[in-house]
Design a protein around this ligand. Structure first.
Ligand code: GLN
Length: 195
């Protein structure tokens, strides 16, 4: 039986995640309503614009159901804006910006500033082994503080944290879904199967 996972489809690079998860054999559902959320075994929060996804999730009545699902142990993988939405705290958000939370980290939005809009680099990710991950950062956040129980999966060469895991919650500041890097989505699907 393939696992049934959802991609929150309010805004962002939904299609790239759907393509990746489908290639990995999952049954993928676009999630926009509480009924859809309750039918999936895991959820991806895509890259995009976290403040927009936040506002839309409240307008669609999805914020509380997503918070409740995370609290009940739903495996979630957030990339970039999705990592921001999964963080308990965000700095440099727009006025009134909220998150779903669950991941005991503080994330700084647009942490690389306007000078460095996007860049690509190779990341060593010990959990994944060789080869290194070719990581694409687009107006990316950084994890600037993380609580106990949060595992750092990857840092930049200078030590700044760009991938974390806490139990069944996974977050990356970069976008494996756009480069064909499958290993983070496989970790997510492993978490879904283990849940
Ligand atoms: N800067 C965006 C935000 O604040 C994130 C960018 C991305 O997801 N590539 O949500």
């Amino acid at each position: 039986m393939p696992v049934k996972v959802g991609v929150l489809a309010l805004q962002g690079d939904v299609r790239e995640h759907v393509g990746m998860l489908t290639r990995l054999g999952a049954d993928v559902l676009l999630v926009r309503r509480p009924e859809e959320l309750s039918s999936v075994q895991g959820l991806v929060l895509p890259g995009g614009e976290s403040s927009v996804i936040d506002k839309l999730s409240r307008a669609f009545g999805m914020q509380q159901p997503i918070r409740a699902a995370i609290a009940a142990g739903l495996p979630v993988y957030g990339t970039c804006a999705g990592l921001i939405l999964l963080a308990d705290r965000v700095t440099d958000g727009i006025a009134g910006q909220e998150t779903f939370g669950g991941l005991a980290v503080t994330v700084r939005r647009n942490a690389f500033g306007s000078q460095v809009d996007s860049f690509e680099t190779e990341l060593m990710v010990p959990t994944l082994g060789e080869p290194p991950v070719h990581a694409v950062f687009i107006r990316a956040p950084l994890v600037v503080d993380s609580g106990p129980g949060v595992e750092t999966l990857a840092t930049l060469a200078d030590g700044r944290i760009v991938a974390v895991r806490q139990g069944l919650l996974l977050g990356t500041a970069f976008h494996p879904e756009v480069t064909g890097e499958t290993r983070f989505h496989e970790l997510f699907l492993d978490a879904v199967r283990s849940a």
